[in-house]
Structures are given as C-alpha cells and as structure tokens.
Design a protein around this ligand. Structure first.
Ligand SMILES: CN1c2c(nc(N)[nH]c2=O)NC[C@@H]1CNc1ccc(C(=O)N[C@@H](CCC(=O)N[C@@H](CCC(=O)N[C@@H](CCC(=O)O)C(=O)O)C(=O)O)C(=O)O)cc1
Ligand code: HCS
Ligand code: ZN
Length: 760
C-alpha cells in the first residue's frame, strides 16, 4: 500500500499558540523553558493530528520558532560575526537577534534581511555569507526533533533544506556567488545525515525547491556535486521539489543519486509522464497530488488517476502520496470554521482535510470500498461548486466584456500631471509621508474583538476608531509630515478587510497562515465573481480629511495584491479574477476622488512576488497585472495624485512594468539593502516620483537621524531631487507608538537637514 507522507505542517497552531508564546517570551513574561514547552506541545499535537488524519509518516524539523531558513543558517553557523558572541553565550537570544535585531543589554545587532519565500506570502530570513565563510554544525535541532517524535512513538521523517537551495537563497556580503561555497558546506550535511541515521531515521526529506526554477549549467553542476557527496552518508533521501514543474531540470533531478523524488503534481500534473520516464530504477516517487497552496477540496479522481499511473509504472512500494508542498501555506483545520456559509465550507479543505484526502486516495488506490464511495461524494461537491449561482454574476461579466480599451490610461502624461499636482498641493521639496498604517495596538485589536463578539456596539467601536484616527492625524501634524494618512485602524489586515466587504469573497475565523515569525494573516477566499456592493474606505478617508487642511491620502490595496494574498478560485484564470477586483477598486478610487481625496495610494506589495517562477511566464503575468493596476488607478483627473507602494521587491526584473503602472509616486522598501534596490530605478531613469524607504519598520530599533541623512544622501546622489519623497519602508502597524514617534521625528529632522543643505 502506498505511504501517505507530508512535506511539512503549519507551525503556528490553530489558535496561534506559537505566536502567543513567542510574544510573551519577547516581552519577558515567560522564560525560555516555557517557550520550549509551548513549542514541544504544538509539535506533539500536530504530529498526532497528522497521524489521526491518515499520515503514515510525520515530518519533523519543519517546525521552527521563527523561520526554517534561519534555523539552517544557525545550524551551519552561517551567521554574521557580529551576532556570533551572543549566539555562543545565549543561543535563543542570538537566534532572535538574527531574526528581529536587538538593541538591549549592551547589544546593537541588526536583523537579517527578510524576503519572500518563492511566490508565497511567507517570508524567510536571508542568510549572509562571506567569501571565506566557514561552516560547522551548531546545535542539534534536526536530530533532537527527530528523537522527540521517535520517543513519542511517531514514524518520522526529518526535513532539511537542501544545500543548493540553501545557498541560492542566501546572499554573499562581498557580492560573490554563494554556490562557490558549496564544497565547504557539504561536510556539514554529511555529518548531519550520519547523526540522523544513528538516531534511527529511515528517510530524510531534503528540500530543493530551487529545482523548479530556471537553472544554468553551474547550478546543474552544483546539484550533481552536492548529491554525489551526500549519497549513502545517511538515511534514504527523498529529494523534494515543489512550487511547479521540473521542466528542463527533470533529467537532472531524476539522475541524482537519491532514493526518492517528490514532484508537484498540483501545479504541474503534466510532468508525471516525463518524471516516470526519467526516474532511475528503484527510486521511490512521491506524488504531490493535493494542492498545498490552496484551500479547495481536491479533484480526487484526478489524484487517483495520477497515483494509478505511477503505480503501474513503479509498483505500490515505490509510490508515496503527499501534498504538493509543505502545508505551511494553508490554515490548519476547516472544522474550526463554524461561521462559514455551509455551501462554501463544503467546497474547502485545510491542512487536516488535505491529509484526509490523501488517505482517501491511498485507500482508494488499495481498493477500499469506503474510500471509493468518498471519491464519488467529493466528485459531486466539486461539480456543484463549479455550477453554483454563488459563483457567477452575469451583469459583472457583461461589464468586463465591454470595457473601453483606454480605460486604464491617464488623461495626460506624468509631466503635465505633476505640474498640476504641485500647484494644487504646494508641497515642500522632499515631501514626507508614511505608508498608511499606524500602530495596531493590543487595545485596538481587543476593541475589534469585542465589537465582533457584540460586547462593543457599532457606535462605540466607531467612536473608538474615530478617536484613534484623530490621534494619528494630530501626531502627524505635530511631527510636521506633509501628506497624511488616516492610520488604517479600522482594518484587521490590508487584504482581509477588503475581502470582508467584497462579494465573491469568504473569510475565516481561524484560518491563520504564517507570514513571518509570529505574524500571521487570514487570507480571504475568492470563491465567486468579485463585486463591490458599496464604498469600502470612503467613510474613514473622509473623516480623516475633515480633521486637517493637509492632503490626506486615501488608502487601498491594489488588485494584484488582493489576488496574490487571497486564496484564489481555480475555475478561471487568475487574470480574469484580477480584472474583476480591479473594477471593484476602480469604483472605490473614483468615489474617493469625488469626495475630495486628492492623493490616493494603491498598495501593490505583492505584485513582484506573484511573478511566475519561470521567466518564460513573466511577460504574460506582468501584462495583465499592470493592466489591472491601471484599470484601478487611472480613471482619475490629472490633479489627483496616485501613489503606489511596494515592499520586499527586487526591482531590476520588473522596472518596465513598474513604469508602465504610471503611478505618480512609488514608495519602495530600500533601507535594509542600504538603497541597493534603487539601482533599478536609477538605471532605468525612472521618470515619476519615488519614495525610497529610509528606515526599516520591521525592527523595533529606532534609527538615528544621521543614519537616515546618510541613506537620503545616497538616494539624492542618484535621483532627481524633485522626484524624491521621504517615507519609511512600509506601514507602521507592527510597531508601538513611542518607537513610531521617535523614528518619524528623526525622519522629519533628517529631511529638514537635507532641505537646508539643498537651499544653501
Ligand atoms: C504587509 N504585509 C502583509 C502581508 N500580507 C497580508 N495579508 N497583509 C499584510 O499586511 N504580507 C507581507 C507583509 C508582512 N506581513 C505581515 C503579516 C501580518 C502582520 C500582522 O501584524 N498580523 C497580525 C494579525 C492581523 C489581524 O488579522 N488581526 C486581527 C485579529 C487580531 C487578534 O489577534 N485579535 C485577538 C483578540 C485581541 C487581542 O487580545 O490581541 C483574537 O482574535 O484572539 C484584528 O486586528 O482584528 C498578527 O498579529 O499576526 C504584519 C505583517
Ligand atoms: N498601507 C499598508 C501597506 C503595507 S505593505 C500599510 O501601511 O500597512
Ligand atoms: Zn509595505
């Protein structure tokens, strides 16, 4: 019978128990032992859940207190010299200093850079390597977690990030090629695999998601050298590839001397034939037949058909059934969603239900009657979903089909627009602004929770939000910020808040998915045609503008980000869904403008991360993504200023698309890379306004005025002064008020210093 395995399970806990424990620990309210207990009990609960749902083998070492890439950097001692003494003295404190920075106890340590994990909304910490990097094993996390599961009676498979992917996801501080360090790193893997074998591991899962990327000859060579070196040094190796098709790398992956290969058959079912043809004799094939990136019940007939084909070619013992990738990217348990409309709920599967689906396929493959009957039931539910009147809105479809071709064009070019805007707003040189959110304090979240639970009336909640908004406006005025924001206090999240107000979207109570560290999101679920029944942000923008004579920015999440950070329907192309969202948001933009809001920011932080992993697919994606942004933004008059904001982006590859969006101002995250990310704009001679982020909002560390002056000088040396705006890297919702005040005070003071220099 085929084995059911998992590549990984969510770590945060159904009720975000890990988040709570981490934040208590960081505030000094629990000690390291209590944090370790909370983590161990979550691991135990998740192994049990996975086994009860039907997994034959559970993953271990997929658990992390903050991030699995950081865990590997620490495991191999691939950390900056600055952090090593603390890591030696107090491993947990050192670990969190790498993740979050630390400015206490005589330390001034910065956090590592954080970036997107492939095309997901999970963020990993980028290991920093030097040219003469030495690696050694530090600690024994994978072995300890294997023993923990083994001793608790679970059949467990340790998960490691593979050496080539680890290096490709790292960066060299000297600009060199991280893969040049491969030969130095491999002995650590060999030693670790030996330890796992000694501990009794039968299999180890080695993740090489980079095998689904476009790879050059040097990367192919690195893969061969790496796996030749690892061959037979430890347990049997399941080489896991995910997030797409192996395509040109299929022969490479299948030729490596490993015992098993996992392939993603949710995104790329068509690759099964090529994989079966290329597989070495004796190799086990793990079929990722259930989608680990989305929440729809699987097409179990298709999954079973794929499994049967693999079994015919390989025999039962050489076939494993799994989700396409780690289940890290989906919520834990649909059973907790008691408030979802029953029909919509019947269409969904979260992590636990996905394991049950895998069990069903495995059992059906083995001919079990009950499983075969379950397949028929699942078939009925899927068919009903695709035909449901909840899904299709004919009037909207008609509007979309008859859009005038120039709907996404501004009336005039940038030069004319900016002249009008400058005359209307009379802003100083180097105008200051922020990205939108102000601290989402515990008190605000509690008020929202109380409102949701009926303990706070609509009127009380509204009045509370008005007070918070008025306070934020006052603070910005006191600080001397030029273009203000209302603070986004009414929003639980920049995507979920809009999803809650749009037709065609469902939202969950406990559908938490980790975004980074202790931070989570509840991605809303797009199940049908999207439409806007009524204005969504007008009330708060209008109120905030009424409090100040300064320009108040309207604040919207853009269509591409709404799409990429939601669970999307799988019954129509993403481009079509995105156009529907764009039309809904366009109406919001025009309502804001009509209400006198003359600066409107449309955030698109997820536009870059949605780039397909293969370059060949980029142009098509960027074409519809830009079209959707333009459709949303460009119906306004010349005097209305459109801003967009993007964070965590590497812009070199997409600068043409950013320019084609034609926003009047784009604010970007640049401080962590010390303005390196500006290069693309400089080389392109980006013509419109640009706000390079001058301080990192992800760390509690308050930057000094001089640091910001320094960064700004770098920016002003390469950008036309008249185009430059001054802002933080991203929104301030995760910070607290004293930090925000101090940091913005320093930002305004840095700006004033530069204005004086420019005037002199
Ligand atoms: C900007 N980013 C975002 C991304 N994706 C999004 N969908 N949204 C984003 O803003 N991706 C990239 C970046 C970085 N990512 C994040 C992601 C998440 C956060 C964050 O701060 N998340 C909050 C949760 C936000 C939320 O939904 N809050 C709700 C629920 C609040 C809550 O916990 N309530 C309690 C009761 C109150 C209490 O006692 O605290 C409860 O329900 O139990 C809300 O505000 O209503 C997080 O804390 O993880 C930041 C950046
Ligand atoms: N307006 C949002 C953008 C985050 S990317 C915020 O300020 O939080
Ligand atoms: Zn941002």
């Amino acid at each position: 019978m085929s084995t059911v395995t998992l590549l990984g399970f969510p770590r945060i806990g159904l009720k975000r128990e890990l988040k709570r424990a981490l934040e208590l620990y960081w505030r000094g309210e629990i000690d390291a032992a209590a944090l370790a207990d909370a983590a161990a009990s979550l691991r135990r609960r998740h192994w049990q859940l996975a086994r009860d749902a039907g997994a034959d083998v559970v993953p271990v070492n997929d658990f992390s207190l903050y991030d699995h890439v950081l865990d590997h950097a620490v495991l191999f001692d691939a950390v900056p010299d600055s952090h090593r003494p603390l890591l030696d003295a107090d491993p947990l404190a050192g670990y969190f200093a790498l993740a979050r920075g630390r400015q206490s106890g005589g330390h001034d340590l910065r956090a590592l850079e954080m970036t997107k994990w492939f095309d997901t909304n999970y963020h990993y910490l980028v290991p920093e390597l030097t040219g003469d990097q030495a690696f050694r094993l530090r600690g024994d996390k994978p072995v300890a977690q294997f023993k923990e599961a083994r001793d608790a009676g679970f059949a467990a498979r340790p998960v490691l990030l593979g050496p080539v992917s680890f290096l490709r996801l790292s960066k060299r501080v000297d600009g060199g090629d991280p893969l040049a360090l491969l030969d130095r790193l491999l002995p650590c893997y060999v030693e670790l695999l030996g330890q796992l074998k000694d501990a009794g591991a039968q299999w180890v899962q080695i993740d090489e998601p980079c095998l689904v990327l476009d790879l050059d000859a040097a990367a192919h060579d690195a893969y061969r050298r790496a796996y030749d070196a690892l061959a037979s040094s430890g347990p049997r190796v399941m080489l896991a590839t995910y997030f797409g098709a192996l395509d040109d790398n299929v022969a490479l992956a299948a030729s490596l001397p490993v015992d098993g290969l996992h392939v993603d058959l949710a995104r790329a079912p068509e690759q099964l034939a090529a994989v079966l043809a290329a597989l070495r004799p004796g190799t086990t094939l793990s079929l990722g037949v259930v989608d680990g990136r989305n929440v729809w019940r699987a097409d179990l007939d298709r999954a079973l058909a794929l499994a049967r084909r693999a079994r015919e070619a390989l025999g039962d013992a050489r076939v494993q059934l799994s989700a396409s990738c780690s289940l890290l990217h989906v919520p834990i348990d649909l059973d907790a969603e008691t408030a979802l409309a029953p029909l919509v709920r019947s269409w969904l599967a979260f992590a636990r239900q996905k394991i049950e689906e895998l069990r069903t396929v495995a059992d059906a493959l083995a001919g079990h009657e009950a499983a075969i009957a379950a397949l028929a039931a699942a078939r009925g539910v899927r068919a009903a979903r695709l035909l449901s009147p909840l899904v299709v809105k004919p009037a909207l479809r008609k509007r979309l089909a008859t859009l005038p071709p120039d709907l996404g064009d501004r009336r005039s070019g940038y030069a004319e627009r900016v002249a009008r805007q400058n005359a209307a707003f009379a802003l100083p040189v180097l105008p200051t602004t922020t990205i939108g959110s102000f601290p989402q304090t515990q008190a605000i979240r509690e008020a929202r929770a109380n409102h949701r639970a009926g303990r706070l009336s609509d009127r009380e909640y509204d009045a509370y939000l008005e007070r918070e908004t008025a306070h934020a406006v006052r603070v910005q005025e006191e600080l001397g910020i030029d273009v203000l924001v209302h603070g986004e206090f009414e929003r639980n999240d920049m995507v979920e808040y809009f999803g809650e107000q749009l037709d065609g979207y469902a939202f969950t109570k406990l559908g938490w998915v980790q975004s980074y560290g202790s931070r989570c999101v509840k991605p809303p679920i797009i199940y049908g045609d999207v439409a806007r029944p009524k204005p969504m942000t007008l009330r708060w923008s209008r109120y905030a503008q009424s409090l100040t004579p300064r320009p108040m920015k309207g604040m919207l999440t853009g269509p591409v980000t709404m799409l990429n950070w939601s669970f999307v329907r799988d019954d129509q192309p993403c481009a079509d869904t995105c156009r529907q969202i764009a039309l809904a948001l366009r109406d919001e933009v025009l309502d804001l403008e009509a209400a006198g809001i003359r600066v409107i920011q449309i955030d698109e932080p997820a536009l870059r991360e949605g780039l397909p992993l293969k370059r060949a697919d980029w142009a098509a994606y960027l074409a519809w993504a830009v079209e959707c942004f333009r459709l949303t933004a460009n119906g306004v008059a010349d005097g209305t200023q459109i801003h967009t904001h993007m964070c965590y982006s590497e812009f070199n590859d997409i600068i043409d698309a950013v320019a084609a969006m034609d926003a009047d101002v784009v604010s970007i995250e640049t401080s962590r890379s010390r303005m390196e990310l500006l290069d693309a704009f400089v080389r392109f001679r980006y013509p419109n306004g640009i706000g390079p982020g001058v301080y990192d909002i992800h760390s509690p560390r308050v930057p000094s005025r001089d640091e910001m002056v320094d960064l700004l000088r770098k920016a002003l040396a390469v950008l036309p002064t008249g185009n430059v705006w001054i802002n933080p890297d991203c929104g301030l919702k995760t910070r607290d008020w004293p930090e925000v005040r101090a940091a913005l005070e320093a930002m305004v003071s840095a700006t004033q210093a530069l204005r004086e220099e420019l005037a002199a």
